[in-house]
Design a protein around this ligand. Structure first.
Ligand code: HEM
Ligand SMILES: *[C@@H]1O[C@H](CO)[C@@H](O)[C@H](O)[C@H]1NC(C)=O
Ligand SMILES: *[C@@H]1O[C@H](CO)[C@@H](O)[C@H](O)[C@H]1NC(C)=O
Ligand SMILES: *[C@@H]1O[C@H](CO)[C@@H](O)[C@H](O)[C@H]1NC(C)=O
Ligand SMILES: CC(=O)N[C@H]1CO[C@H](CO)[C@@H](O)[C@@H]1O
Length: 352
């Protein structure tokens, strides 16, 4: 009798604790086929520490680079999947993703940082880590180093050999003047739900924007959903619709990855229509409020969104390649003397 009761109790404890475990763990998306949490565990165990250490320095020197790197991963993943295509320099074979309008405001320095990381990693481990994986880790580290949540990144992406066209870039990214209907439907085509959409937009808690991304809300008429004082201050930074200036995206804590972006939205101080409409629209307003109230909730949902986004249409296994340089496809392998020379040069420059 006694033993039956205690084994029953034991059963209850085991079931409920494993259930709790299950609920939390179940929220973290599993790696898709071909990716894994420990992909480079034996081939490049130092990978993540090399990147983290380098970015600690870079981001300490210029915190803005964190925002640039985070956005770079987003653009990579939304256009043709996380295949490093955004990194390709158009000159290598026709127009690239980089030359499309939304990419004009990607920071030039972000591309340099990624290739510098690639050089350090390849130097330590050989040519085994893809540029797209480096971009995904750099985005995660940018979040962590500005105060955001830490999380594991599924790894094993290969770099693509095809450029995304300018049209594909326009079709897959969302414009800042989009409303919530457009944001939700665009993200739904990528398997991202309303919570993901609101959480991922929270990346705008760090970084800057050019005036031209939002001056449609100031001129000729002021968007009535925008706080008046906020609008007047923006007009001081952006005196004309085509001003080349930039402003911080989160007025409360522009360089800290926190939940203040949602507090901004609740105060009608969101910069883009795509931001502010998340609070106006009844479908997403509750989510915005819940993130404004509870930063850990935002962090949890942001991590889920990032892991989902980071696995969009990845190339794995025998598809794609490990690029020798992040801004260009590898030359065709067989007996290509140019590739050999290039790799020698690469080895040399990595030594110094
Ligand atoms: C809902 C869709 C989104 C729209 C419409 C959007 C739009 C924009 C625009 C227009 C800019 C400013 C570009 C400029 O004028 O300089 C920007 C910046 C930025 N975006 Fe987004 N974005 C979206 C989603 C995301 C996502 C999902 C992430 C990352 C997870 C992200 C991260 C960033 C960051 C960090 C910056 C600042 C970049 C810097 O300071 O260099 N955005 N975004
Ligand atoms: C959202 O934008 C789309 C496209 O511009 C437009 O057709 C639609 O009416 C807008 N929806 C709302 C609720 O404003
Ligand atoms: C912004 O820069 C472009 C290119 O440098 C220039 O043609 C344009 O006149 C500038 N706009 C303003 C408002 O200064
Ligand atoms: C905030 O969200 C977390 C989930 O991340 C939850 O565990 C916690 O109970 C929430 N706190 C409040 C005060 O609602
Ligand atoms: C049209 C244009 O100027 N595109 C540029 C976009 O950004 C990349 C790198 O950041 C440049 O290589 C492109 O020339």
């Amino acid at each position: 009798m006694v033993s039956t009761t205690s084994s029953f109790l034991l059963l209850v404890v085991v079931v409920s604790s494993s259930l709790m475990f299950f609920v939390t763990e179940a929220q973290i998306p599993a790696p898709v086929k071909g990716l894994s949490w420990r992909f480079y565990e034996s081939s490049c165990p130092q990978l993540e520490s090399i990147i983290r250490k380098r970015l600690e320095k870079q981001i300490k020197d210029d915190v803005g680079q964190a925002a640039g790197l985070l956005r770079l991963h987003f653009h990579d993943c939304f256009v043709q999947g996380c295949d490093g295509s955004v990194l390709l320099d158009g000159s290598a074979g026709g127009p690239s993703e980089q030359t499309a309008i939304p990419n004009l405001t990607l920071r030039k320095r972000s591309f340099k940082i990624i290739d510098d990381l690639r050089k350090r990693v390849h130097n330590a481990c050989g040519k085994v880590v893809s540029c797209s994986d480096i971009t995904a880790i750099a985005a995660r580290d940018s979040v962590v180093l500005t105060g955001g949540p830490n999380y594991n990144v599924p790894l094993g992406r290969k770099d693509g050999r095809t450029f995304a066209t300018e049209q594909a870039t326009l079709d897959n990214l969302v414009a800042p003047f989009a409303n919530t209907t457009v944001v939700l439907s665009r993200l739904a085509t990528k398997g991202l739900d309303a919570t993901d959409a609101v959480a991922l937009s929270g990346a705008h808690t760090i970084g800057i924007s050019h005036c031209t991304s939002f001056t449609d809300r100031l001129f000729p008429n002021q968007d009535p959903t925008m706080d008046k004082t906020f609008a007047n201050n923006l007009k001081r930074s952006c005196p004309t619709a085509d001003s080349n200036n930039t402003v911080n995206m989160d007025i409360r804590s522009p360089n800290v990855f926190d939940n203040k972006y949602y507090v901004d939205l609740m105060n009608r101080q969101g910069l883009f229509t795509s931001d502010q409409d998340l609070f106006t629209d009844r479908r997403t307003r509750g989510i915005v409020e819940s993130f404004a109230k509870n930063q850990s909730l935002f962090f949890d949902k942001f991590v889920i969104g990032m892991i989902k986004m980071g696995q969009l249409n990845v190339l794995t296994g025998g598809d794609g390649e490990i690029r020798t340089k992040c801004d260009r496809r590898n030359k065709n392998k067989k007996l290509d003397i140019a590739t050999v020379v290039e790799e020698l040069e690469e080895t040399f420059s990595a030594l110094f």
